[in-house]
Write a protein that binds this ligand. Structure first.
Ligand code: DGI
Ligand code: FE
Ligand code: FE
Length: 216
């Protein structure tokens, strides 16, 4: 059993999650909304393996649900709107401002203002695109769910999904290694794809990639 270090805060209530579920359709639609519900389902599926190993109370499944439902809440906004929210919340817009990078940060702040999410949910939303060093279990589950949920059709996402479930089923102790290995695969896949498209890479993506490369 790994020490229960991330679950010392009060969990999101089931009522709050239902409130979020009712309102999220005002912000997202079509395939983006489908992706959101798929991330929620995937996060619960991952938690089935991971929560027992971390001795995590099941009430924290509602934190996962909240983070999954809200993680892309600002994904439909334009870059100008993202930048307005950065200004409003004092978010550093970074070296290469883009919706791809900024939506995770604006989503965390907007979700906190609209729904009063706890710090663990805030963190999982905030780092869901680039990851970070020392991610909590909740951060990791959301990060991995976002990449491997089955509406993503890329071959690299499918490979990461197979890798996670093959490894996590081996033994309960392998949950941490399976999560960390999948995060590394996901970051490698994202970096490769950004290079193919000649896109800038956020410095945090590189920092996180090297951190998981070393810890693997
Ligand atoms: O919002 P989603 O599409 O569900 O997933 P996400 O939040 O992981 O965002 C993925 C998008 O963000 C994808 O188009 C790749 C892009 N992205 C991820 N890391 C970086 C990045 N884009 C840039 N420019 N730099 C990065 O480091
Ligand atoms: Fe996202
Ligand atoms: Fe997403």
């Amino acid at each position: 059993m790994i020490k229960n270090e991330f679950f010392t805060f009060p969990a999101t209530s089931p009522e709050k999650v239902e409130e979020i579920r009712l309102k999220i359709g005002d912000f997202l639609s079509g395939s983006r909304l489908e992706h959101t519900f798929s991330v929620e389902k995937e996060a619960l599926s991952i938690a089935k393996y991971v929560f027992p190993v971390y001795n995590a109370d099941e009430s924290h499944l509602f934190d996962l649900r909240a983070a999954a439902l809200l993680h892309d809440i600002t994904k439909g906004l334009s870059l100008a709107e993202q930048l307005e929210l950065c200004e409003k919340y004092g978010i550093d817009k970074g070296e290469f401002p883009s919706c791809a990078i900024l939506h995770s940060k604006t989503a965390a702040y907007l979700s906190r203002e609209l729904f009063g999410i706890n710090d663990a949910v805030f963190s999982a939303i905030l780092c869901h695109t680039t990851g970070k060093e020392n991610m909590s279990v909740l951060d990791k589950i959301i990060f991995v769910s976002d990449y491997i949920e089955p509406t993503r059709k890329y071959e690299e996402c499918k490979k990461a999904r197979d890798y996670f479930y093959e490894n996590v089923s081996k033994s309960p102790e392998s949950a941490k290694e399976a999560l960390d290995g999948t995060i590394l695969m996901s970051l490698d896949g994202t970096i490769r794809s950004l290079l193919r498209k000649n896109q800038p890479i956020d410095v945090q993506t590189i920092i996180t990639r090297n951190y998981f490369y070393k810890s693997n």
